[in-house]
Design a protein around this ligand. Structure first.
Ligand code: ADP
Ligand code: MG
Length: 923
């Protein structure tokens, strides 16, 4: 039983107040067919909407089965609409993109009924209205009457107590109108049917009660239902419970919904994915470029470690001085001759720029695990080099012995020595690239013309670093596997400098001597290209002698250098180390910054270690260690305490001299004494060595102390312990000759420089400060800035595209929700709660977001193929590869979902809040 008690409803639009219902009271029986008649604008729809719970009354009360609705909450009204009321509209209000079965099912879905039951009941309802055969048709495939019957089926499927119909036949012709009226009359047999119409004939024909309204009040009621107020209990307050739908149901509903409009869904998802594609592409490009930058940095840093030499030369301060000198302004008139002091300044600068580093202290700092610097050391780590003196000899094809450092050729002809030396240095700079030739060795003038170079060793005791293996290819044989194996290093064109080939004894040395003679005569030499087979190279042996072996004990228990005695050397060769050529390697990379091996023959750290061990155990090193005060080469004290020791040492020295040494000594002594008398000097020149030596002996027969002291001071070089130990090949592992610190990025390298600066600040003794030249800083200071700028620009791009696409996705979702206002109205009319509405829309945007994320990533991956092809074609290299990391891809899909949800959330919320009546009115 439904009671309307003194209900009034006003609409306020601006200043204008329209009274739609004015104190209306009506009672309805549980089953009757009521027709409400009245002119347009008289308040019929308003009355119906209030009865149906779509609209709220201002004053009065609506009592349903004795329960007042005054205190109804939203969810009570939702439940009331869903369970008690069925709505039929003039304009059918079917959801156009769903089949009529789904349309009918919808009301059941909202009340949370299982899928199977839903389907059965919907089918039954459609059969009841005579449309059992057409359940899979879309609304627009039906006639008006059929659509209205679907609407009636939808209204009845939930088995409501009350059916409300607002001009159900308003849009139908008279034949179909009759069919619909028959249907309603049938329904009214066991339900209350309230129908608004302005067709009095139909009302008279089918309805069993006619209520006339005008201007918001009741004019006339043909069959009023009077209640005795006293008999009826006063209205109760009771809630109806709620209509419910799980999120899974709404997800399934949304998915089905989306399936029915595939094209539209795809377009929305695609539009949303454009933003994702934008971000993903920019991200891929920036990942590719960043990767490239990182690679370049790493490559550069492997070629240019921070190298600290024991003897160092501050190139940057030199360069600064040079720059300043060239910029110096002339501040005198051009009216006389002026001196230019740049040369002196540069020379003094050069002298002061050379300094010694205390690498022993610095190594302690590096070895300390807590030192900050270790955080920045790169993959190749820190490499310590030790100066181990050794000589390598070889026999050429004529069986002539050659010293591979080129001294064979400089000794044989003193005139050519400078040229040989020059060639030696040239070969170093020609072999290596120009940039590599800028090694500190070159700068300090410490030219080592030996073609033997230690190759960078790898991590975990690998003999050859991967960096070397990356840049050099084995063309014959294999990499060295033992300390006595070496490789020959070729350039890109399989070439080795001719000088080096002569030095190594790979070409006959007499030919080189001829060339040197020709050069000395001032003739131009244009050597032909020689060819040597790989096999011949690998069958060639080198013989290594550690320098400690070049000293031999003589009768007086002193050691003597025998390195310039060819017979002794050849004897030593038999017991020396035979170096085998294990392979031939060729430089592969065109990139000049990648060169690692500066010499033509590469040996491994294993050989260095072997020689350190060998030298430290040698007799001469042991002997010198045992007598730290006395030089084992000449028996003299390093630091004599008093004059008597000096006199004794002078005597020992003289007694050990050979005849020719004595002659030389006497000659130079006499030269100083007879400086004023040319005849005497001429006489000296005519004497033989024996005569001269005899004169010295007679002079020293009864020497005075002063004479001996004078000889000691002027003619005797005592030497030093440290120099001796170094020459004998003694190496302390704590005192490297150079330290190379490898970093992976420019940034790390800068941090390492900062750490060294800090170290310099912290050391107590000024002598322990470290000086070195930061070549990378010299060469690339601007590049670091450029790289930083590029990185920031890329980040900015990603950020901008992220913002732009977020807005875009938001707008697209917003529009697609706005567009469906009517659908929201329908859902509300059949009982969906506000929460249901936002749930359905959120589920839908979730699916679309997921879909657009996946489409976006898919399209990006496809686009990357042509994009990379273009990048490769434009840059003419394959160094830059745009790619999307898997992680980023997943994050972008999640992002797409979140953005879409946010974009859809606000309009969904708004849609849910929409007044259902207004929503239904919207087109
Ligand atoms: P009927 O259905 O009898 O044609 P209605 O119930 O739709 O009439 O409207 C009754 C009166 O209330 C009309 O004057 C109409 O202009 C006014 N009205 C209805 N709905 C609104 C609204 N949402 N805002 C303002 N005025 C309204
Ligand atoms: Mg109306």
């Amino acid at each position: 039983m439904l009671q309307i008690k003194n209900i009034s409803k006003k609409y306020t639009t601006g200043d204008f107040v329209q009274t739609a219902l004015n104190n209306v009271s009506l009672n309805f029986r549980d089953n009757e067919f009521v027709a409400i008649l009245g002119p347009s604008g008289s308040g019929k729809t308003t009355l119906l909407n209030i009865v149906g719970g779509l609209d709220r009354y201002d004053t009065g009360d609506l009592i349903i089965n004795g329960i007042s609705t005054k205190k109804y909450k939203d969810k009570d009204w939702d439940s009331y609409r869903n369970h008690t009321i069925g709505f039929v509209f003039q304009s059918y209000n079917l959801i156009p993109h769903q089949s009529i079965l789904s349309n009918v099912e919808l009301a059941l879905t909202i009340s949370g009924i299982s899928k199977k039951e839903r389907k059965e009941r919907a089918k039954q309802a459609l059969t009841d209205v005579g449309l059992g055969e057409q359940i899979h048709k879309r609304p627009n495939q039906l006639s008006g009457g059929q659509m209205q019957r679907v609407a009636i089926a939808r209204a009845l499927v939930n088995n409501p107590d009350i059916l409300l119909a607002d001009e159900p036949t308003g849009a139908l012709d008279s034949d179909t109108s009759v069919q619909v009226m028959e249907l309603l009359k049938e329904v009214a047999k066991d339900k209350l049917v309230i129908m608004v119409t302005h067709n009095p004939e139909l009302a008279n024909l089918y309805a069993n009660r006619i209520v006339r309204v005008k201007d918001g009040h009741i004019l006339d009621d043909s069959n009023p239902f009077e209640l005795n107020d006293k008999k009826i209990a006063p209205p109760e307050h009771k809630n109806m419970g709620k209509s419910s739908m799980s999120f899974l149901t709404s997800l399934a509903l949304s998915f089905n919904n989306l399936k029915t409009k595939k094209g539209r869904t795809f377009l929305t998802a695609f539009a949303g994915s454009i933003g994702i594609i934008g971000i993903a592409l920019i991200l891929s490009l920036s990942t590719g470029v960043n990767q490239y930058i990182t690679d370049i940095q790493k490559d550069t840093m492997t070629s240019y470690p921070i190298t600290i030499e024991q003897k160092t030369f501050d190139l940057s301060s030199m360069m600064n001085a040079g720059e300043q000198a060239s910029k110096k302004k002339v501040n005198h008139k051009l009216n006389a001759v002026f001196s230019n002091g740049t040369d002196i300044m540069m020379t003094s600068k050069m002298a002061t720029s050379i300094s010694e580093n205390n690498l022993t202290e610095f190594k302690k700092y590096l070895d300390n695990k807590d030192s900050e610097i270790n955080n920045y050391v790169g993959e190749n780590g820190i490499v310590y080099s030790y100066d181990v003196p050794f000589s390598v000899f070889s026999y050429d094809s004529d069986n002539t012995l050659v010293n591979t450092n080129g001294s064979t050729f400089s000794n044989s002809n003193s005139n050519t020595s400078s040229i040989a030396q020059m060639n030696g240095s040239m070969s170093v700079s020609m072999n290596a690239d120009m940039s590599t030739s800028m090694s500190t060795d070159m700068m300090t003038g410490n030219i080592n013309s030996s073609p033997f170079t230690e190759m960078l060793s790898g991590k975990n005791d690998e003999l050859v670093s991967d960096v070397i293996k990356d840049n050099y290819k084995v063309v014959y044989g294999d990499w060295p596997k033992a300390y006595d194996e070496v490789v020959l290093v070729l350039d890109k064109n399989n070439e080795v400098s001719l000088t080096t080939l002569y030095y190594l004894g790979l070409l006959p040395s007499k030919d080189y001597k001829d060339i040197l003679k020709q050069i000395n005569k001032g003739e131009e030499v244009n050597p032909e290209t020689s060819k040597i087979s790989y096999e011949d190279i690998c069958n060639h042996n080198f013989y290594l002698i550690a320098d400690s072996d070049l000293y031999q004990k003589n009768r007086s228990d002193l050691f003597k250098y025998v390195g310039n005695d060819n017979n002794k050397v050849e004897e030593l060769l038999k017991s020396g180390i035979t170096l085998k050529v294990s392979g031939i390697i060729r430089q592969t990379s065109d990139d000049s910054s990648n060169i690692q091996i500066s010499g033509s023959v590469g040996y491994t750290k294993a050989l260095t270690n072997y020689l350190i061990n060998y030298g430290n155990k040698s007799d001469i090193v042991k002997a010198q260690k045992n007598s730290p005060d006395v030089n084992v080469l000449n028996g003299l004290h390093f630091n004599p305490d008093n004059d008597s020791i000096k006199i004794d040492d002078a005597k020992t020295y003289l007694s050990n001299l050979s005849t020719s040494d004595k002659a030389n000594m006497w000659k130079s002594m006499a030269m100083t004494a007879y400086a004023d008398s040319p005849e005497q000097i001429q006489m000296l020149d005519s004497m033989t060595e024996t005569q001269l030596a005899a004169m010295l002996d007679s002079y020293l027969e009864n020497p005075k102390d002063e004479e001996m002291l004078s000889i000691y001071d002027n003619y005797i070089d005592v030497g030093s312990y440290d120099d001796n130990m170094k020459n004998f090949g003694y190496v302390s592992l704590g005192a490297p000759s150079s330290i190379s610190i490898y970093a992976d990025t420019f940034e790390d390298k800068d941090s390492i420089s900062d750490c060294i600066d800090k170290y310099n600040k912290d050391v107590k003794d000024d002598k322990d400060k470290i000086t070195y030249t930061d070549y990378v800083a010299l060469l690339m200071s601007s590049i670091t800035t450029i790289i930083n700028v590029i990185t920031y620009v890329l980040i900015a791009f990603v950020a901008v595209s992220l913002i732009v696409s977020s807005i875009m996705i938001g707008i697209i979702t917003y529009i697609s929700v706005l567009e469906r206002t009517k659908e929201i109205g329908i859902l509300r009319a059949i009982g969906a709660s506000k929460k249901n509405i936002s749930q359905v829309f959120n589920a839908e945007t979730f699916i679309i977001g997921l879909f657009s994320g996946i489409i976006g990533i898919g399209i990006t991956c496809l686009l990357l193929l042509p994009i990379n092809a273009i990048i490769h074609a434009v840059t003419d290299s394959t160094n830059v590869n745009a790619f999307l990391p898997v992680q980023s891809g997943i994050i972008l899909i999640v992002l797409s979902v979140i953005l879409t949800l946010i974009g859809g959330f606000i309009p969904a919320k708004k849609a849910a809040k929409k007044d259902p009546v207004a929503a239904l009115r919207s087109e």
